[in-house]
Design a protein around this ligand. Structure first.
Ligand code: GLU
Length: 419
């Protein structure tokens, strides 16, 4: 493990962001302690038979940060570096994201420390079913609703839904979102996060008087978020000059042919070796000459070592927690603007909410209706955060946090503390 990974704590970042925001609010310190503390944290160790007949132990997590505004909602991540500190941070970020979007949810996150690319499909299915079983004391359509995150996808959600349904004796679509369409998924869900990134990034570009045709974009990560965001920004008229995935990056100062790149990735599984591009590495993607940078990979990517070399004027955070506090401070001091993660990538959970509502009612919407509602909610949330940042003269993340935290506080005060 690299030195960076050892000293980086996602929870420290989440708490520092929270503390920076509450400095602009008038909150009782007991209430602050309550908001900083996760409600419950489950760690499960479980065995899975591998295809070679050996049994292997895995560790998984499900953390509920807050249940005050409703059932908890948040994804499940499969990645070798998943740990309690990270899942705890991601759960807290979900609380603020859901509150900022005014979704009737608290915040949760889950994960398993595993590299899904090292497993066969059958191993992945057995691991998912066993993990779903072992966290089933927490998940339910009324209590806690998982969704995809890094390393998971609609198929994994289908297995979780099936495992839960078999145990209960009836099909329960609303226990997860991000499902395949064939079992009650929502139209528009797969693209929703990337679309939301584009809605909020382009709204910010408008405020900063950045014309799409003069805007160069770099995207770190080419998964479900980065690939859709790159495509939508390209459709919007921007030039996508740099893109990377886990294998490395590609660069073309005149703009990459994004439909061609998507076809190349579909065929080869990676962006590298895309004809007509130069090979760059991960760091060079972040520091590429561009106007908008979209980090759409993992947290902690933009730290004090890379931030001084970043040339973008605007960072649109497709990932959760892509900036460390030090990295962000350097960029803010340089005058770089942000669309913070809890706003920028909230399109995914927003359409998850639509999927959950459709599932509970067994009444499904047309794609246009999903996208129209998504666009409206994202645009409204963006304007709200922008206005708060202008009115109080605070950065966009702090503005987003103050709105979100106040909504959670209002719910705590309305409900009161038991007993
Ligand atoms: N994993 C996504 C996120 O970080 C989506 C969560 C959800 O849809 O519940 O927001």
């Amino acid at each position: 493990m690299s030195a960076m990974k050892r000293r980086y704590s996602a929870s420290d970042v989440a708490l520092a962001q929270f503390e920076r925001a509450i400095a602009h609010m008038d909150l009782d310190e007991d209430l602050v302690a309550y908001l900083e503390t996760p409600k419950r944290e489950l760690i499960v160790h479980f065995p899975v038979y591998m295809d070679d007949g050996r049994m292997k132990m895995f560790t998984g997590y499900r953390v509920h940060h807050s249940t005050v505004r409703g059932p908890t909602k948040g994804g499940i991540r499969y990645h070798p570096d998943v740990n309690l500190d990270e899942v705890r941070a991601l759960a807290m970020w979900m609380t603020w994201k859901n509150a900022l979007m005014n979704l009737p949810y608290g915040g949760a996150k889950g994960g398993v420390a595993v590299d899904p690319n090292q497993l066969s499909r059958n191993e992945l299915r057995r691991l998912t079913r066993r993990f779903a079983n072992d966290i089933s004391l927490l998940i339910s359509p009324e209590g806690d609703i998982p969704a995809p995150d890094v390393g998971t996808n609609p198929q994994v959600m289908a297995w979780i839904m099936d495992t839960y349904s078999v145990a209960h004796g009836y099909t329960t679509p609303a226990v997860v979102t991000g499902k395949p369409l064939s079992i009650g998924g929502s139209l528009g869900r797969a693209e929703a996060t990337g679309i939301g990134v584009t809605i909020t990034a382009t709204a910010m570009m408008k405020k900063l008087d950045m014309k799409p045709e003069d805007t160069r974009v770099a995207v770190q990560g080419f998964g479900n978020v980065g690939s859709v965001a790159a495509h939508k920004m390209w459709e919007h008229g921007c030039k996508i000059v740099a893109v990377s995935d886990v294998n490395g990056g590609v660069y073309n100062a005149n703009g990459l042919d994004i439909p061609g790149l998507l076809a190349h990735v579909a065929e080869t599984g990676t962006v590298i070796d895309f004809p007509g591009s130069d090979r760059i590495d991960n760091r060079e993607t972040l520091t590429a000459p561009c106007d908008v940078l979209i980090p759409a990979a993992l947290e902690g990517q933009i730290d004090e070592r890379v931030a001084p070399d970043i040339r973008a004027r605007l960072i649109a955070e497709g990932a959760n927690g892509p900036c460390t506090m030090e990295g962000e401070r350097i960029l803010l001091d340089k005058g770089v603007r942000f669309v913070p993660d809890i706003l920028c990538n909230a399109g995914g959970v927003t359409v998850s909410y639509f999927e959950w509502v459709q599932g509970l009612q067994s009444f499904f919407w047309a794609e246009g209706e999903v996208l129209e509602r998504l666009t409206r909610l994202m645009a409204e949330a963006f304007e709200h955060v922008w206005r708060a940042s202008q009115d109080k003269n605070i950065d966009m993340r702090t503005a987003a946090y103050t709105i979100a935290i106040q909504r959670v506080v209002d719910a705590v005060e309305a409900r009161g503390i038991y007993p």
